[in-house]
Structures are given as C-alpha cells and as structure tokens.
Design a protein around this ligand. Structure first.
Ligand code: DCP
Ligand code: MG
Length: 469
C-alpha cells in the first residue's frame, strides 16, 4: 500500500488507460495492405471543405493532424492517400476491442470510440500485475484485430491517461505507485485535465510551463488567481485524482456525461449541455433500435455531492426532444443556485422498438427527419448535423471525441411501467475528505416500479450476454 493510500484509507488502485493508435487510419491500413507505410489521411478529399478526422503516423510527419482543414492537409501532404470516414467499420473495430478489454475486468469505462479506462485492481490475482495485464491486452488487440494500442498503467485515471499518450504509437508506460509527481513534473501543463486556453494563459503569466512548476506554486497563489479550480489543478499536478472508473454493470442504460472544465452556475450553459447529452443518448438509442422508458439525470456539484433523479415517461422514446425536456425538468430544481461540476443524462428501462406496437407512432414526418439526420451522421460524422442551439459555443468534449459509441446488439427488455416519478439521492464518495460512502434511496420508489440505476454507465453492451428476463 502506498503512503497516500494509507492516508486516504483506501487501497491503491491499478488503472489502465488504453488508446488505439491513429485509429481510423489504422483500420484503413489494416484492411488495405497497400496503404501500410504510406501517409493516410481520413476525413475526405484534399479539396473538400471539412477537417481531418485523423492521420496515420506517416502523415503526421508532414504536420497533418486531427481537426486540421483538409485543404491544409492537402497542401502539406500532396502525396497522401485521402479517404472518407467509414464510421460503421470503425464502430465494429471499436466494439471488438472493447469486448477484449472486458475479458480482463468488468470495470471498463469507454470514454471515446478508441479509448477506455480499466480498473484491474481486482484482476491481478487472475491475470498478473498491471504491466502484465497491459502487455496481454496489447497482444490480444494486435492478434485479434490487427490494430495497435498504447497503454498507460498507474494508480489513477489522470496519470494512466497521460502515460498512455506519452510513447505513442504502440507504447506501454508504467507509473509506479508513489512515482506520480516525479513522472508528471517535466511534462507540459497542457497534458493536465482542466488546462484550457484561459487557464493556460493565467498559468503562463505565473511563469508556469511544466506540471512540476505548477505543483511548486503555493496553493494560496493558485486559489487567488484561479479560484477553487486552482486548488484542484495543484492536486492533479501531484498526480492526485480520485475519479472512479465507472462501468462494470451489463448495459441497462445508455448515458452520456460531461464534466465542466470549470464548475458552472450558468443555466444557459447547463441547458445547452443537457441538450448535447440528450442528443448523444437519443442517437445511440436509435442506432441500437431501442427506446427509453425512463430518463434520468445526474448532477454533481462543486463539493462532489451527487444527485440523481429519474422519471418514467408516458411513452418510451428514442427522440432528443422528449429526453431533453424531461432532463431539463429533472435537473432544474437540482442545479438552481449551485455550481455544477458534472452533468449526466441516462436512458433506462430500455425496450425494443419492434415491441412497441401498442404505442401510437409519433408524427412520421418527424421520424423521417430524424432518420435522415442519423444517416448523415453515419456518412459524414457527428458534426455534420448539429442543432443551432449547440453551435453557439463549442460542444462539450465528449461529443467532439466520442460521436459514435453506440449500443447495437443491446436488447434489454423490461416492462414499461405506468408514468411515475422516482427520485434517488446519493452522496458520492470523494476519497479522503470525509464525506463517506454512497447513501442511496432517500426517496422510496413506488411499489412495483424498481428504478434502474441512473449512474454513469458508458459501457458497451455485451452481445454474448442473454437479454434480461
Ligand atoms: N477523431 C475525429 N476528430 C478529432 C479527433 C479524433 O474524428 N478531432 C476520431 C478519429 C480518430 C479517433 O477519433 O482516429 C480517435 O481519436 P484519438 O484522439 O485517439 O486519435 P487517434 O487514435 O487517431 O490517434 P492517436 O494515436 O494519437 O490516439
Ligand atoms: Mg487513439
């Protein structure tokens, strides 16, 4: 047990972060051997409007990178092979990789189409220590999918993620317990979560470039300049991050979450984020051919107090509007007057679309419009279709990074209860700060209406599992 773990009173964790290398481009190179060793740019043609989704490492040598205009990439790398995005193919590869990861632990939290956190603390007796599990995962991915992954092994999500990114491609970086501050010290502050443009500028004014320099600034100076965010950043600079790896339950829900860079009390920003989250959830439901009977929200405030609320709908849906409307009604009383750290929207009580003959079909024109939008997304990527309200400011990060995680194959069928509202409050564990372990079920649900957990469940379905009775 590390010293810090003893102080915190929780045993040290072993967390892996797995991220595929040049994912979309690597899938193309795998499927077309003549492209191996060549600069491959995925996103469209060199004269198209739009941006690069990703570039193979050969193309990166020319300075091409994700989010760069395709025309710039065309100038930098005129001999590159430019390919359109084939979302379906990447989604299939992603599902295959996530299934491999779940062989090593049920605690797999997929955070984008090509990356996941794993908590393997309980798996070590079975598969060996963290580095051994990382090696096994890398070779299983290579053997079974023909792709390479980079893996970071550490005691927290934050440090594991920084580690996986450090020796790409095909990297394996292990940070020993206790070695976190020294590992992070020489790295740029831009590698830390929560260092955006504004924070980076303020830290620059303080002469801070590296994570080590950040850690050496007295906490009160950081708090004076950056508020409580400053204190958090300093903790992160020391490698302290208590975020649990969520996941591990079979997929009973489809949920999206967003952690704000800076806690917010801005209702407009909160509502816009709920819209983006609802959009993500509904799109995944439609891809999977299922509808949600119940919508839930999760609100975590600046002190880590977490509240979840859920409501069963009069009629199951897979459309953004009713999910968003319900999420707004549930979240409004919980977000009033507080600074919000994290928001989540979850769809539970999932039912097959085909089984819903008993419900009147909604306006067929509306459904056709939604289907057309989904088709555009499939063909041109998530950002091809985005509501005007979302465009006023950049989308929350998960939607930039994880447009395509879907729940195909999921057939969790539950009875659809009558309209009922259930509330559930909990206090989340927040490590050593004495707030204790989760307290659940403050409000008893009505008899016969067992609510599904609303808690974060980004896990993909396991097709090999039987549907729920
Ligand atoms: N992606 C995208 N647009 C972005 C960033 C990423 O469409 N702005 C897509 C294409 C990537 C995939 O998501 O292949 C995974 O994103 P990563 O950031 O993990 O990038 P890569 O896997 O391509 O490269 P790396 O080896 O750096 O992880
Ligand atoms: Mg990647």
């Amino acid at each position: 047990m590390t010293l810090r773990a003893m102080i915190d009173g929780v045993p040290g964790r072993t967390i892996l972060h797995v991220d595929l290398d040049a994912f979309f481009a690597a899938v193309e190179q795998r499927d077309r051997p003549e492209l191996r060793g060549r600069p491959v740019i995925v996103g469209g043609g060199p004269n198209d409007r739009g941006v690069v989704s990703t570039a193979s490492y050969e193309a990166r040598r020319f300075g091409v990178h994700s989010a760069m205009p395709l025309r710039t990439a065309g100038r930098l790398c005129p001999d590159g092979v430019f390919l359109p995005v084939d979302g379906r193919k990447y989604q299939a590869a992603s599902r295959q990789v996530m299934a491999i990861l779940r062989r090593f632990t049920p605690a797999v939290e997929q955070v984008s189409i090509d990356e996941a956190f794993l908590d393997v603390t309980g798996s070590e007796a079975l598969f060996g220590d963290g580095p051994a599990i990382a090696r096994r995962i890398k070779s299983a991915i290579q053997d079974e999918t023909g792709l390479t992954a980079s893996v970071g092994v550490a005691t927290s999500k934050l440090v594991a993620k920084v580690a996986s990114d450090l020796r790409k491609p095909d990297g394996l970086v292990v940070v020993e317990p206790g070695g976190e501050p020294g590992f992070l010290a020489p790295l740029s502050i831009s590698r830390l979560w929560g260092v955006g443009e504004q924070t980076g500028r303020i830290l620059g004014e303080l002469g801070v470039r590296t994570i080590g320099e950040l850690a050496s600034i007295p906490a009160e100076v950081l708090v004076r300049r950056l508020g409580r965010h400053g204190a958090e950043l300093r903790e992160r600079a020391l490698g302290i991050d208590r975020e649990p790896v969520s996941g591990g339950e079979p997929a009973k829900s489809v949920s999206h979450e967003h952690t704000f860079d800076v806690d917010t009390a801005d209702q407009e920003e909160i509502e816009r984020t709920l819209l983006a989250l609802s959009e993500g959830v509904s799109s995944r439901l439609r891809t999977a051919g299922i509808r949600a009977g119940t919508v839930g929200v999760k609100v975590r405030d600046a002190t880590f107090r977490t509240v979840t609320r859920q409501r069963t709908l009069a009629e199951p849906t897979d459309l953004t509007e009713p999910i968003w409307r319900t999420a707004l009604e549930l979240a409004r009383p919980e977000t009033r007057g507080i600074r919000v750290r994290l928001l989540g929207v979850a769809a539970t009580n999932l039912v097959d679309r085909e089984q819903l003959g008993l419900f009147p079909e909604e306006d067929p024109r509306r459904r056709r419009a939604v289907q057309a939008a989904d088709e555009l997304r499939r063909r041109f990527g998530e950002r091809a279709v985005t509501r005007a309200r979302l465009l006023r400011r950049p989308l929350p990060e998960p939607f930039e990074r994880d447009p395509r995680s879907a729940v195909e194959g999921r057939r969790g069928v539950r009875g659809v209860g009558q309209a009922a509202e259930t509330g559930e409050k909990e206090r989340a564990t927040a490590g050593s700060d004495g707030r204790g372990s989760p307290v659940e079920g403050v409000d008893e649900p009505p008899a016969g209406e067992a609510p599904e957990p609303v808690d974060g469940d980004e896990s993909e379905p396991e097709p090999e599992r039987d549907p729920e009775p």
